[in-house]
Design a protein around this ligand. Structure first.
Ligand code: SF4
Length: 227
């Protein structure tokens, strides 16, 4: 078993063109494996996706999807979240964890939506980032999935882990990983690419004990850092 340093060196020896070619093949392999890969947070409009994405921090999509049907019915507009008593909203989202911070983020974001955007979710990274409580990852999820705009690559825990194991980057910080992936993946596939890595991370390339023997793209993977 090669150690991590050796593998990192091997990764550094791969030419930019070879990495681009390998990334293209990884995308093809994952597309063939998950032809239906999509955002697994249930939503029917941009506001619902924004709220679901805020709730998904440190929580599974499955759990978020258990909470949101009632939540979306109770708070159908940004104004409804903005004017809701914090304690009431906290109670409604409690099971997603970190509910006090999430309530603050939701109320701050919805307050800004009401005050600056007529209650509508804006369509630019800059405007989304200016909403209280919305980070780059959340903005990328909303832009890519609610508006079909490829402004960046969503880097969550799965994307970060797989990008490293696949030898696409040795970076650790999500913002830096995103910059590398944006160089390797064609822009019109940025949103799709994060779905593919997230689906593979949930179904095969688990954080603990990845199922490498049965992995559909094992011939393309240097398995950086995998014991
Ligand atoms: S070979 Fe293993 S480490 Fe590489 S992508 Fe597949 S499951 Fe993940």
């Amino acid at each position: 078993m090669r150690d991590r340093t050796t593998l990192k060196r091997a990764m550094a020896r791969e030419s930019k063109q070879a990495k681009l070619d390998r990334t293209r093949k990884i995308i093809e392999g994952l597309q063939a494996t998950y032809p239906d890969a999509h955002c697994e947070l249930n939503h029917s409009n941009p506001l619902e996706l924004l709220i679901a994405t805020i709730l998904s921090a440190q929580c599974t999509d499955k759990r978020v999807n258990l909470v949101t049907p009632q939540l979306f019915k109770r708070y159908p507009t940004a104004a409804a979240y903005a004017s809701a008593p914090a304690a009431e909203l906290e109670e409604a989202i409690k099971s997603t964890g970190f509910f006090r911070n999430k309530t603050k983020s939701i109320k701050a974001a919805c307050q800004s939506l009401v005050e600056k955007h007529g209650g509508q979710v804006p369509r630019t990274m800059e405007e989304l980032r200016e909403l209280g409580g919305v980070g780059r990852k959340t903005a990328n999820v909303v832009l890519g999935n609610a508006f079909n705009l490829n402004c960046g690559v969503v880097v969550d825990t799965h994307v970060a882990r797989l990008a490293q194991r696949l030898g696409l980057t040795a970076e650790e910080a999500p913002e830096k990983i995103e910059q590398v992936l944006m160089q390797l993946v064609p822009q019109d596939q940025w949103t799709l690419f994060s779905h593919l890595l997230i689906w593979h991370g949930r179904r095969r390339c688990f954080a603990r004990n990845p199922d490498c023997p049965n992995c559909e793209i094992k011939h393309l993977c240097p398995r950086i850092g995998v014991k």
